[in-house]
Design a protein around this ligand. Structure first.
Ligand code: FES
Ligand code: FE2
Length: 352
């Protein structure tokens, strides 16, 4: 699904299904509404008087007002700013203030919503099928042994799958990120919605090379953890959300195993976040300008790209298109002169 009607599809795949972060719990205060846009869809999020978060389609079925712009919350229902119609958390019309009857056909699509691991997440499925898995707890987030999160956020003009493929691409570290060592993938295994990669990495330090590890777990297309160990244990929780089929927002939460001294822990966290964000900024122009090749020409020592793609393909309702083998970006006159430095500057940083 593309919103460009004048050209062919940017990618051979559409928006995957899964659990995706749409905001952070602090973004939603009790009784407030918030306008959102993900999955190529205008949405409204709101928090009821019991503290539960809800996400639903934005437009009131009466005459189309956006419930996230002026909508209010009354108890456990949302009230339209235009003519005061009221809807419950299931999206049913419960009150029309100037009529004795409700409208049974006036329903709003709702999305299963949970708050876990520091994110407000919704289950998105293009055909509105119910959740196929639960979102697992990331132990370190609540353990008390780790400090954080420090948060950042980036928006990239690339499909969510295209960016996720970076996780199996060990060779690019040397060329894009100029790291002295590249991670060595020991194991890449998939099981249902979970994909796990175990890799070892040598970290050069002033006192010599330290053996470390980078272990990545993907919990469906929307949530992942990257655990770095060797020098200092750090955890990166990644939440990737399709804004539409060719635009993705990535939220990072950084955690550091507490070092006893709060200011040292926090400066390690800052440095960790800065390095990951720098690398993300280096990847961004590659993602935005690259073609998606259905049949890439791989080296025998490349990472498990095709295994990754096969795992990822389970999250699409429509089969991945094979009508073409090359899916280039559109011609973007405004992007022709963009330098990597400029692209990096477009990354938006959240607050710690
Ligand atoms: S448009 Fe929502 S009540 Fe009329
Ligand atoms: Fe990268």
């Amino acid at each position: 699904m593309s919103d460009r009607s004048d050209t062919v599809n940017r990618y051979p795949f559409s928006i995957p299904y899964g659990w995706f972060a749409v905001c952070e719990p602090d973004d939603l205060t009790v009784g407030a509404t918030k306008a959102l846009y993900y999955f190529g869809t205008h949405l409204v999020a709101w928090r009821d008087e019991h503290g539960a978060a809800h996400v639903m389609d934005a437009f009131c079925p009466h005459l189309g007002a956006h419930l996230g712009h002026g909508g209010t919350v009354s108890g456990c229902e949302i009230v339209c700013p235009f003519h005061g119609w009221q809807f419950d958390a299931e999206g049913s019309n419960t009150n029309i203030p100037y009529s004795d009857r409700t409208n049974g056909r006036a329903r709003i699509r709702t999305y299963p919503t949970i708050e876990r691991n520091g994110f407000t997440m919704v289950w998105y499925h293009p055909e509105e099928q119910p959740p196929r898995w639960e979102v697992a707890d990331v132990a370190e987030v609540t353990s008390g042994d780790f400090s954080g999160p420090k948060r950042t956020s980036h928006t990239v003009k690339a499909a969510i799958q295209e960016m996720a493929e970076n996780s199996v691409d060990s060779a690019h570290f040397r060329y894009v990120h100029h790291t002295a060592e590249v991670p060595e993938i020991e194991r890449y295994e998939t099981d249902g919605h979970v994909a796990e990669m175990r890799s070892s990495q040598k970290f050069p330090t002033p006192r010599g090379v330290v053996d470390g590890r980078i272990d990545t777990t993907s919990l469906g297309p929307g949530l992942g953890t990257v655990r770095f160990s060797g020098i200092i244990d750090t955890l990166l929780v990644t939440a990737s959300t399709p804004i539409d089929a060719e635009t993705t927002q990535v939220r990072f939460s950084f955690y550091v195993r507490s070092l006893g001294d709060a200011s040292t822990t926090s400066s390690v966290g800052e440095a960790f976040a800065a390095e990951v964000d720098k690398q993300f900024g280096e990847d961004t122009p590659i993602w935005e300008h690259k073609a998606h090749l259905v049949r890439p020409a791989l080296a025998d020592t490349d990472g498990p790209f095709m295994k990754f793609r096969k795992w990822y393909s389970q999250f699409y309702v429509e089969p991945v298109s094979d009508e073409r083998t090359v899916f280039p970006p559109p011609y973007w006159p405004d992007k022709m002169d963009e330098s990597p430095a400029k692209a990096t500057a477009s990354a938006r940083h959240g607050q710690s």
